[in-house]
Design a protein around this ligand. Structure first.
Ligand code: ADP
Ligand code: MG
Length: 400
């Protein structure tokens, strides 16, 4: 297990300045924040530090200003959302380093919070310029990284700062790392992975890595079609990457070699048109798909068989919906299997970890997002972790 310091390892921090990297890349519409989930994720760390008397300087990026000051991407736009969630006034500082930040620190009382400007206004952020990291560090006493979602980037405020200041994982980062460790780092066996979604090409590295890590690899969604086609099943008009046939066969043979059982659906839900509750909707065996039909979900028999597989497992990691869940009834298999996973988790027999933008949306549709052991909202960082890659922001927190 990666060893890292947490807020538990902080001594007396009264009057000390904490540089805290958080994720405030919030969705906005007409100048207003539409979803404050990321602020709520950062709140426990901010509140714990202020309660202990630290002066908190928040660091975050917002959008892609590419190293220039872009007024429409100033972090000042999210300050109300931050104040609302943490329930206290937040000062805004239009710099991230230098004398203006020092002045801000001088004004802050113990337990006060300031939000610094969008880190990506400075070219050195994405370039991971050590000089920028040093300049930022000059105004702080220690560094806390609470932005797992940005940890797959080696930037000055996600990686560089950890090299020049004592570095700690914030509470969200800690929870994420502990959940991921339980799911794939050092999991209880048997381990199942569900990989679904649209395309094999977007998740090749995920599949290749999982084969070596899990006992059961469950493939659903559009990517199952590519695997079926590779096994000489006629998938009709289905979304399918025919040019990846060889790659799919390689994954199947790699799985075979290490004793990982790959589960492909044997019945599917098909339709001639991609629409809600279409008249041509039917369920059939995979080898009965007509040339003018497309596979839009896995079938009820396959779903039941997968539920039986999950019942034999202790750990589940899930990325990607099993069908085109946005359009009913093609959410049926995803919802059904998610409910089984949620029930097994509630019974205490399964540790269930899920992540991915559409996966989180699908689990919300199923109404089970709160019943999984852990749901990662980290997107890119979650996928890179599923690919078995070392995340620079996490590696930099490591205590050797
Ligand atoms: P995530 O964002 O969780 O990583 P993806 O982006 O890889 O997931 O995939 C989600 C998308 O895959 C959804 O938009 C869903 O409609 C689509 N999808 C799943 N199964 C099918 C299918 N059989 N045919 C077409 N699209 C599908
Ligand atoms: Mg997606």
């Amino acid at each position: 297990m990666t060893k890292f310091r947490t807020l538990d390892d902080l001594g007396d921090i009264v009057g000390k300045v904490a540089l805290v990297r958080v994720d405030l890349n919030l969705p906005m519409h007409d100048g207003a924040v539409t979803d404050d989930t990321r602020v709520r994720a950062a709140a426990p760390t901010i509140n714990e530090l202020t309660a202990k008397g630290a002066k908190v300087l928040l660091l975050a990026h917002f959008g892609r200003p590419k190293g220039e000051r872009v007024s429409t991407q100033s972090l000042s736009m999210v300050i109300d959302a931050v104040q609302d969630v943490i329930g206290k006034e937040v000062m805004f500082c239009p710099e991230i380093a230098g004398p203006i930040v020092a002045q801000t620190v001088g004004i802050l009382g113990n337990g006060d919070v300031a939000l610094l400007e969008n880190t990506r206004f400075w070219k050195g952020e994405e370039a991971n310029d050590p000089e920028l990291a040093k300049a930022i560090a000059a105004n702080g006493d220690f560094y806390v990284n609470d932005a797992f979602s940005a940890a797959h980037r080696a930037h000055a405020t996600t990686e560089g700062l950890a090299k020049v200041l004592p570095a700690y994982a914030g509470r969200s980062m800690q929870a994420e790392l502990e959940a991921l460790e339980k799911a794939l780092g050092n999991p209880e066996r048997l381990v199942a992975a569900v990989v679904g979604g649209a395309k094999v090409s977007s998740k090749l590295d995920v599949l290749m890595h999982l084969v070596t890590q899990v006992d059961h690899l469950i493939i659903g969604g559009g990517m199952a079609n590519t695997f079926l086609a590779a096994s000489d099943v006629d998938v009709g008009k289905s979304l399918c990457e025919h040019d990846l046939k060889d790659t799919a066969l390689e994954i199947l043979s790699a799985a075979d070699k290490v004793g990982c059982t790959v589960h492909l659906p044997y019945d599917v839900v098909v339709s001639k048109e991609f629409a809600a509750n279409p008249p041509s909707l039917r369920t059939c065996a995979v080898h009965e798909v007509a040339a003018d039909e497309m596979i839009l979900d896995i079938g009820p028999q396959a779903t039941e068989a997968l539920a039986d597989v999950l019942k034999t497992c202790k750990t589940l990691v899930w990325n990607g919906p099993l069908g085109a869940f946005e359009t009913p009834p093609f959410d049926t298999a995803t919802v059904a299997l998610a409910k089984v996973a949620a029930a097994l988790t509630a019974e205490g027999s399964l540790v269930s970890v899920a992540g991915g933008g559409d996966t989180v949306a699908a689990l919300n549709v199923a109404g089970v997002a709160d019943d999984f052991s852990y749901i990662s909202t980290a997107g890119g960082a979650f996928l890179e972790w599923m690919e078995g890659k070392e995340l620079p922001g996490v590696a930099a927190l490591q205590v050797v």
